[in-house]
Write a protein that binds this ligand. Sequence first.
Ligand SMILES: [Zn+2]
Length: 234
Amino acid sequence: MPRELPSPNRDARPAGAGVALLVLHYTGMQSGAAAIARLTDPAARVSAHYVIEEDGSVLALVPEDCRAWHAGVAGWGAIRDVNGHSIGIELVNPGHDWGYRPFPAAQIAALVELGQAILARHGLPPGAVVGHSDVAPARKIDPGELFPWAELAGCGLGVWPGTCEGAAPAMKVALDGLRTIGFRPDLPDTTPARVIAAFQRHWRPGRIDGRLDAETMGLIAAVHRLSAAAPGAT
Ligand SMILES: [Zn+2]
């Protein structure tokens, strides 16, 4: 059971808004204690529903029926109010500014248990699990290329195509595929290269260069096939 540590940084979900996404983050601060202090500080105006520490301890900051403030300017499929339609989980990790490091097994095990329960509670498909960098490609790179997306997909959280054939790069086809997966190239400051880099950070973490090569093209098609249709809420 998560330990409750209520954060004041919350408000009501928009009328009629159901939970359609589970957004994963890293905290990106020097320590878990510093991150938890910030996520519960009224002056910071940021929060998440849950924080998972590196030892697997789970803290519940915001009830799932409230809106937590974790995604900022973001979009996925037809959703622009990502906070209003999502549950946010922060994984304690120093992130790229303070010494990015692998997510420990205990932390991932706790995430799998919590994430499976959230998908079941809200009736969500595996493809509803996304990273902050997926929904805000121009601004965010968390949870980052060390996040074990393939392992999570094996547990029903997110989709993972495994090996797939390359395909001749074609930018319009790629962008159409990325849009169908859920990416929003129309977000502020969002270029095709940034969307492709965000896709690679999630599905081809070995090389993140924002270039549409044959392998990336094939992976976009494969993820497109695996993803449920992007959510239709607004
Ligand atoms: Zn984040």
